[in-house]
Design a binder for this molecule. Structure first.
Ligand code: URA
Length: 209
């Protein structure tokens, strides 16, 4: 079963409180999401492998550690996932970015792909799917389906806030996926909003409401 990591560093909790606040302006919301994404990138990379190289300091030669292993790929789910990309790239500037766009078919209620553009070397990369709000889990599950259909295997999920319902659905659909969240909230309301949540992440990021 995939693990759930709660990234609850005090700085993340502090910023998340202002992200939730309905009085936070679009500009501040965007900046705070960006900052939390950077802090979460620090947590999500805690286990990445290192290798030893020799480095010559001005004084002597010594061993030092550098990052080894797979390169990273960020896969934001359109559109709210875009809000976390730059913050992660601040720590991981060499990561490539793929995009997955999904809409819900009004009749079947199933997610349908409308845009998928992935790095050409996606199979060699460890992928971080970015979906700020894990509500029912439908979009994130479908995005991971998209990646697995293309034979991607090394995938993690990064969210700002998750509902218990979304975590359960993800663990049932994709038991191999580790989930990184800043907070797990109480429940989903009848409209599929996370409670207490932060409202519609896309609208708040892009000022469309
Ligand atoms: N998507 C959002 O942006 N907010 C929610 O609360 C649920 C899904």
């Amino acid at each position: 079963m995939g693990k759930v990591f709660i990234c609850d560093h005090p700085l993340i909790q502090h910023k998340l409180t202002y992200i939730r606040d309905e009085n936070t302006t679009t500009k501040d919301f965007r900046e705070l999401v960006d900052e939390v994404a950077t802090l979460m990138a620090y947590e999500i990379t805690r286990e990445i492998p290192l290798e030893t190289i020799q480095v010559k300091t001005p004084v002597t030669t010594t061993d030092g550690k550098i990052i080894s292993g797979r390169m990273l790929g960020l896969i934001p789910i359109l559109r709210a996932g875009l809000g976390m990309v730059d913050g992660i790239l601040k720590l991981l500037p060499a990561a490539k970015v793929g995009h997955v766009g999904l809409y819900r078919d009004p009749e079947t209620l199933q997610p349908v792909e409308y845009y998928v553009k992935l790095p050409t070397d996606v199979l060699e990369r460890e992928l971080i799917v970015i979906d700020p709000m894990l509500a029912t889990g439908g979009s994130a599950i479908a995005a991971i389906d998209v990646l697995k259909k293309r034979q991607c295997t090394q995938i993690k999920l990064m969210c700002l806030i998750a509902a218990p319902e979304g975590i359960k659905a993800m663990q049932e659909a994709h038991p191999d996926i580790d989930i990184y969240v800043a907070a797990i909230d109480d429940h989903l309301d009848d409209h599929g909003y996370i409670v207490p949540g932060l409202g519609d992440a896309g609208d708040r990021l892009f000022g469309t409401k």
